[in-house]
Design a binder for this molecule. Sequence first.
Ligand SMILES: [Zn+2]
Length: 226
Amino acid sequence: MTESRSVTKLHSNDTLSSVEISLEGKILPPYVDENSLMRNIEGDLYGMCLIFPGTSVNEWLATNTLGFFTLVDLIAASIMEYCTIDMCPEMTAGDTQYYWIDEKNKKQKLPAPNHINLAMSYIQTQLQDRKIFPTKFGHEFSPDFIHVIKRMYRHMLQTIAHLYYHHFQILKELSLHCYLNSLLLHFAYFTKHFELLEIQDLEPLSDLIELLFKIDRNDSAGKKAE
Ligand SMILES: [Zn+2]
């Protein structure tokens, strides 16, 4: 885990768009309501997912994965003093139970802080493995690359889902919720575009993602109409 516990505020969009948002029938994590869906980034997050010209798909996935991991790790680290073995004895997102699968393929129920620490360490280890993430020109990506990448995204998604369901209130008090909302919106666009997650992986956050997409679409339509 990163040691840093502070987040530099880039710029904040403190007012939620005036679009009408229907929360009817949506299953949202506790505390997440229409007043909590503000973001810190205004901009074309979907456009940011599209491959930079001249870049290979694998290079693009690798670069973006590092960016997503840095943010997930930073936001998780900022609330880890509230995510303790006593407070979060299991890794869950609401009713969804997550298991840690060890190297012998054994499924284990771990307390959330242990699970998240292992997940972040796993991602960091993969990112530093030059056989999987080559840094030198001409070195090929490993044939396992996409398999490893998908596993990394599943770990990040589970961590994000745990934060929404169990630590959203404290994130809001620390004014970090707008960073989490922007991260989830960008993350959801990216994983959808590159098919990095299965529908069942996204299930605990699917209604929230749908709402964030809707707000984003309405914001973009509003900007074009201005
Ligand atoms: Zn927790």
